[in-house]
Design a protein. Structure first.
Length: 647
């Protein structure tokens, strides 16, 4: 963006976004009886559940989604949680969780988590260079325009965000919008640009994943050293987060990935003690995953299914199969009722006329397996120290105790990745449709449980060292010191958790790095400057004629002026957009063009250069506009021209 902000403003934006993500969920989770690490971990998922449900419900009854209605929704959800918890505790107070970690353990885990989150923020920020950098990928423009649309209109419906590109006769396409709704609240509160808002969420994603896995370890009574290790390991693999920050970027998917492990926490708490309060926690978790993205709920099922199997196969627990299934029945019904709009919208999209091609497989079964074990996806070299930690995790696997089911999660998700990356069989294509048959998404999902196993390897290495030294001497400080030595050694030997490697993957997605010609980016700084000039001149309700294949697709997000083309996506464009793309330059002589211009209230024309894909050419209707009597040039720079339509 051709704007500048101070470091203080950027820091305040990040702090505000974190508050928006955590505070509503903390209030609701606390009212529902959650405490400690589980409360902290579940809070972001609850927040997205609140926003993701409130937006469509408000739209259905004709109310806008904004900061005020989001606050009211939070109060309603918190009140419901408090009421259900009160109904449970008035009969008998549930037993508190048994003590597990000492105070030093909690503090050590907190230190590891804060360090991991800080490294994640630093890694991504170095790739961005500036907080309001514009993503140069395919998907980001949709999410940017969607946030602007909700902020401008208050329309929180599940079809509203797509109206930025699929308007008029179609009435929009379904898209889960919790990411955009919560982002809108942060945008309205902060005063930051929309690119800055999106990037702030991206900065927080590694830390959110680390926190989610800490909550999993805590729920299944893992040791504090394992929780600290998993926080560090989770942010290190390039393929888990950073590749998809550049490629796409796959922002709702990555948010969902960071929150996916929490579904297992909620499910386990409910199965251990089926009740109204734990049931609400599970419903909010499941629905929260669904509102972030439809595929996230499927990923949550893949993640949690081995846990249920281990529960049923453990000593004397096989008798609980019927009880568990019976207990899950009302939860399933409640979830369907609460998220009916999301479920039917997703089914309608899958069975509609939106094209689905998938991605061609480019590997073999053996190479895909090697990718997982070496943490080497689309990279010239393996992340060898993660692979070594994973090897130790497998060696000591039996000591995972209540978390041994994570091996099943790694197996199932790993097999899905291997299938997608090595086969184009119709069955594989059908199973992988929620993730668009994309190997990048599947490798991310498969590596998350592997991170837990690798962290277990580091934790057991610390124990092995402690046990070896204790044969000669066993002071009370030996266990924490060996843990610190192992974890600090891992941070050091990986050069700060592979920070440099991971930054190198983020950088190209935002048009940064050595030798980059800023004028040849899909969205160049000069094109963005022309959009800001448009913002100064346009009146409310004006539209701008723009090219689908240059940076002008970002015009709505940056200027607030609706563009005829709101996305690079060519699938199912509106009839008016097709007409104008082909014949706009015939405005004076073509009544159909003039009618379309009038219908859309087009008052401006923005023409940039280059675009997405880079080899795209100018749309025919926007060729040779200089000198046309119906246009007046009002602004021009090296990359963009802005015209005003002369009536």
């Amino acid at each position: 963006m051709p704007t500048s902000t101070s470091p203080v403003f950027d820091a305040l934006t990040i702090a505000l976004y974190a508050l928006v993500i955590f505070l509503p969920g903390l209030l609701t989770g606390f009212a529902a009886g959650l405490r400690g690490w589980v409360l902290a971990g579940m809070a972001p998922l609850f927040t997205y559940a609140i926003g993701g449900l409130a937006g469509p419900w408000l739209a259905a009854i004709g109310l806008p989604f904004n900061v005020l209605t989001f606050v009211i929704a939070t109060i309603v959800f918190t009140g419901v949680a408090f009421g259900l918890r009160w109904l449970v505790t008035r009969r008998s107070r549930p037993e508190p969780d048994a003590p597990l970690w000492a105070r030093t353990g909690h503090l050590s885990v907190l230190a590891c988590l804060l360090f991991a989150a800080a490294v994640g923020i630093f890694t991504v920020w170095r790739g961005l260079v500036e907080l309001d950098a514009i993503s140069q990928g395919f998907d980001a423009v949709y999410h940017a325009n969607a946030i602007r649309y909700i902020a401008d209109t208050g329309d929180g419906s599940l079809f509203g965000t797509s109206l930025t590109n699929w308007y008029a006769e179609r009435g929009g396409l379904f898209y889960p919008n919790a990411y955009h709704l919560v982002g809108t609240v942060a945008y309205q509160l902060s005063g930051a640009t929309i690119p800055a808002i999106m990037n702030t969420n991206t900065l927080l994603l590694p830390g959110l994943l680390a926190l989610s896995l800490v909550a999993v370890v805590r729920e299944f009574r893992g040791r504090a050293v394992l929780a600290g290790a998993v926080a560090l390991v989770a942010i290190a693999p390039t393929a888990v987060m950073y590749q998809s920050m550049s490629r796409g970027p796959l922002l709702p998917f990555l948010l969902g990935l960071a929150l996916t492990p929490l579904g297992t926490v909620a499910l386990h708490r409910y199965l251990v003690r089926p009740a109204l309060d734990t049931g609400l926690v599970f419903v909010l978790a499941a629905v929260g995953l669904l509102t972030v993205h439809s595929s996230t709920l499927f990923a949550g099922i893949v993640f949690a299914l081995p846990m249920i199997v281990q529960r049923w196969l453990s000593a004397a627990k096989w008798k609980a199969v019927g009880r568990d299934l019976l207990a899950l029945l009302p939860i399933g019904v409640a979830s369907v009722v609460v998220a009916a709009m999301q479920l039917f919208g997703a089914i309608g999209l899958a069975s509609g006329d939106v094209p689905y091609w998938g991605w061609p497989s480019q590997g073999t079964t053996g190479s895909a397996l090697g990718t997982l074990l070496s943490f080497q996806h689309d990279m010239p070299r393996p992340q060898i120290w993660l692979a070594a930690a994973l090897f130790l995790g497998f060696v000591f696997f039996r000591k995972l105790n209540g978390l041994r089911w994570i091996g099943g999660t790694a197996l199932v998700s790993g097999l899905l990745y291997i299938a997608v990356s090595s086969s184009n069989h119709p069955l594989v294509m059908a199973i992988s449709r929620p993730w668009w048959d994309d190997p990048y998404r599947f490798v991310s999902m498969a590596m998350v449980p592997l991170c837990v196993i690798a962290a277990h390897g580091l934790a057991e290495l610390a124990t092995w060292l402690k046990d070896g030294i204790s044969r000669w001497r066993s002071p009370s400080w030996l266990a924490p010191v060996t843990a610190v030595v192992v974890l600090a050694g891992f941070v050091g030997i990986t050069n700060g958790l592979y920070t440099g490697t991971n930054t190198g993957w983020v950088t190209p997605g935002y048009g940064n790095g050595p030798g980059v010609d800023k004028h040849k980016l899909p969205v160049s700084p000069d094109e963005a400057q022309a959009m800001l000039e448009l913002e100064k001149r346009a009146q409310p309700g004006d539209w701008v004629m723009n090219d689908r294949f240059d940076g002008g697709a970002w015009v709505y997000a940056i200027s607030g002026v609706r563009g005829v083309a709101g996305h690079y996506d060519q699938a199912l464009p509106p009839a008016d957009a097709l007409l104008l793309a082909d014949r706009f330059r015939d405005y004076e002589t073509d009544p159909a063009v003039r009618a379309a211009v009038q219908r859309l209230n087009i008052r401006w024309v923005l023409v940039g250069q280059y675009g997405y894909p880079p080899e795209a050419t100018r749309q025919k209707g926007l060729v040779g506009l200089d000198g046309q009597p119906f246009l007046r040039l009002v602004y021009r720079n090296a990359d963009a021209s802005l015209y005003q339509l002369v009536p």
